[in-house]
Design a protein around this ligand. Structure first.
Ligand SMILES: C[S@@+](CC[C@H](N)C(=O)[O-])C[C@H]1O[C@@H](n2cnc3c(N)ncnc32)[C@H](O)[C@@H]1O
Length: 224
């Protein structure tokens, strides 16, 4: 039994909301290990004018605004985040971009307020690695429900390492997560493929990259 199977050592939903409400002004600091994975995830998401897209867990809205720009004012972009402060910041950043056709709301990944089969794509980075296992399954079920057949999901998050050094950094991260989850933002390394299989997504691509010793994976999957 691994450290993670023994118990969900992470933050409760209220703790996550509180933590990200307070952390929003400095959450760009997380870019030291995640900016390259997010840039690749955006490239793979490949937003096109006319699409109806959703970002779950928008954070400060960096990726949200990039997606909005690529829609070029044609299409619809929705954003959801548990933290009201993150919703406010993303709304502010999106308004400053000058583009219209977006809406950002408070909500949870595992209970999305959208009708079935109404989106072309869902983008979600460094959010599922915060959730308890059961909520990851529920969130992916929600992504599947709201996507049109053939719609794509692009996910990025922390993952276990593939060489002795990155296996050690991921192990250390997990060790800290199990003892002081707040010290690592409540996130831990995960492999998303088994979760995607449970939700009957066709798994199209997995990319693995390491930034400053911290391994991340980017998954692209399509709704069957
Ligand atoms: C580590 S930050 C990542 C933000 C952004 N996606 C990025 O990659 O920069 C996690 C974000 O997910 C939000 N979040 C956490 N749990 C969530 C949930 N169950 N549903 C929706 N958003 C959630 C947090 O409030 C926070 O804004």
């Amino acid at each position: 039994m691994t450290m993670l199977q023994k118990h969900h050592a992470g933050l409760s939903r209220d703790e996550v909301r509180l933590y990200y409400n307070h952390r929003c002004q400095v959450s760009w600091l997380d870019d030291w290990y995640s900016s390259r994975a997010k840039a690749l995830a955006l490239k793979l998401f490949d937003p096109r004018p006319g699409q109806r897209l959703l970002e779950v867990g928008v954070g400060t809205g960096q990726c949200f605004v990039e997606i909005l720009k690529r829609l070029q004012g044609q299409g619809e972009l929705y954003g959801v985040d548990l933290s009201p402060e993150m919703v406010r910041l993303t709304n502010q950043r999106a308004a400053a971009s000058g583009y219209s056709g977006y809406r950002v709301i408070e909500g949870a990944a595992d209970k999305l307020p959208f009708v079935d089969q109404s989106f072309d794509g869902v983008f979600c980075t460094y959010v599922l690695d915060l959730l308890p296992q059961q909520e990851i399954v529920q969130a992916l079920g929600e992504f599947q429900r709201i996507l049109r057949p053939g719609g794509r999901v692009v996910l990025a998050g922390l993952t276990p390492g593939q060489c002795p050094f990155t296996r050690l950094t991921a192990w250390l991260w997990t060790f800290i997560y199990c003892r002081v989850p707040l010290a690592v933002g409540g996130c831990r390394p995960l492999s998303l493929a088994p979760y995607l299989r449970r939700r009957q997504f066709a798994h199209l691509q997995r990319h693995y990259l390491v930034q400053r010793g911290v391994p991340s994976e980017i998954m692209v999957a399509s709704r069957l």
